[in-house]
Ligand binder design. Sequence first.
Ligand code: NOJ
Length: 742
Amino acid sequence: MKYKEIIELLNKMTIEEKIGQMVQIGGDVFLSDDTNGMLTGPLKNLHLSKKMVYHVGSVLNIIGAEKVKKVQDEYLSKSRLKIPLLFMDDIINGYKIAFPIPIAQGCSWNTKAIQKMTEISSMESSIAGANVNFSPMVDLSRDARWGRVMESIGGEDPLLGEIYAKTVVKAYQGKNLSEIGKIASCVKHIAAYGAVEAGRDYNTVDMSEREFRQYYLPAYKAAIEAGAEMLMTSFNILNGIPSTVNQWLIQEVIRKELGFKGIIISDYGAIEETIAHGYSANEKEAAKNAINAGIDIDMMSGIYANYLKDLYLENQEIENKVNESVLRILTLKNKLGLFENPYGNTNEVKENTYLMNSKNLEKAKELTQETFVLLKNKNRVLPLKTNKKIALIGPYIDNIGITGSWSMFSDRTKNGTILDIFKEIMGSQVLYAKGCEILRQEEINKILSAEGLPMVHVENESQKEQDMIASAIQTAKKADVIVLALGEHYRQTGEACSRSNISLPENQIQLINKLYALSKPMVLILFNGRPVQLSTIEEKLDGILEVWFPGTTGAKAITEMILGENNPSGKLTMSFPQNVGQCPVYYNHYNTGRPHHKNLRYVSRYQDIPTESFYPFGYGLSYCDFKYTELYLNKHKMNKNETITVSVKIENQSDYAGYEVIQLYIQDLYGSVVRPIKELKAFKKEYFKPHEIKYVDFDIDIHMLKFWNEKLEFVAESGEFKVFVGGDSVNVLEDKFELDFY
Ligand code: NOJ
């Protein structure tokens, strides 16, 4: 459609039809027999009139060619102007093929791998009828208590956040949104959702504007620059005003300053929640606040549907704002080619041939391996020697539930289990015992009852637990090495899964302790959605392989990795805390006036734990041994137009080939405002043959030295800087240079 035609269409619309475009509901209503689906369904609470249902502009979480067509047909058959619906979904880590959860993808430090995973996911979703995906989540995440860190692709680092945001948005959208395989990206959540106080989901965010601009805003900005079509607001308040109605955030920062021209959608029910926040006095005021802030689409609160018209009748100027929003929505529908073909690229035949195809599954396995982080490898326990007898123990060994809490659409039939794959490769050399449940039923019941769900009673749970441990001990006794697969329950991570205890479940710790008494080498494969507390169990383990929730091909990827067919290369994007009391802990913090020194009392420290994180940002081992030497700067002074080239010698001192992520950090030693002790400024992922030596270069330019100064200007200041290069944020070589505006 030409722009002129879109305007003509807009001019034909009644105010109700326009408002309808700004309303999003669950699409099931169009599949229901209950004529308008509102009498019994979830829409009852939204109080929508039947007329309004056939005006709505978009639906969420309807996917699959057949369903999408049915919903679109039903809608169009009763809609006057036949403006197609937009289908929006949460395809967070893949559609039918579940890829590793976002935090894991980020640990690959490989934008090409992330791009490829996103492209496959985008192709599968587009064929299945999705037009918009509520992804990526680029909220900077420093607090492991927050359940949603599992979705944070950049973890605690603003540079990773920026780079990955760009990568993912471009991979979803490509150059032409109407092409098969391309869908619009809805980047979330503006803004600073990751900074919820105490890591409790939906909680308060209050931070200085400098902090916000320096660390939290860059990823959203990068996504906008990459052309993201949509943004979703966050549930939190930001400095006293809910994000969803925050005019400073939406109008001043997002629209004016960052020049965002796309659609802004509220999060689920978030317009209505401004009342509970204590900001809007009632639903009508919530509608007014949201439209004034510039929210184009109300996701699932019914507030726009029920109150925008009243506001319009009181003040017709509101129609200008409505027109702006509707124009954005129609423009996106047009870019997606929906006016020509309301089904988009959805296609049942292609669904049958493309979804879960073997080429993509093979690729997925390869990419998944890049997301694993080897946290410990004492005495080179890994890779396992295949002539040994291996006891596989733990509830994740014979378990296909390793796709994470967001993968509601994934096809689990192809998820192998670690047990199956090990047996295929090693036959009778492999022994198995479950050892324990992931979580005691009494713990699961606590989660269920808090959510008002029915609890499940298990007879003699503690006796069963003892029996399982006893059988695991018997199994382990017959083996040379124990491989444990343990971790969080998938219901413990994700939205609304904040936790004040981030240790492994007690029953799992008990299992580890009992097996430790056998004095056999023991390796842990760790399944989780957040940095967990490992300090109480780490010493008992010889090897720890962090695999997060690795998705459809996870079991195969893990097995091959621990048998040495592949070599770990992932690095952490979030620091692992010593314990939960240390949260939030992150590498790019400021110094204090009393930095921690041994043997001093009045310094910034905890009495009972080290100041440093348990595993630092950027950390991850390999089967290779990489040695860093000869840090070299081609000069030690630069002006604003110059660059300094930093080079470092890296030697792979092992017989393995593998990848290493070489990281460059900078510290601005003195500034008009204080600067962090280290900030990641560049990285490279390089392949090394056995015993290969490489010299790796980075260029430092003035853009890497800029920050928000005391006047909130983004500048570099002359002075001294430290530069660090290493394989993580702690073990680094360092030197100094000077920036001088001569
Ligand atoms: C709420 C979540 O915060 C958001 O990330 C998600 O996309 C929406 N629900 C839609 O399901």
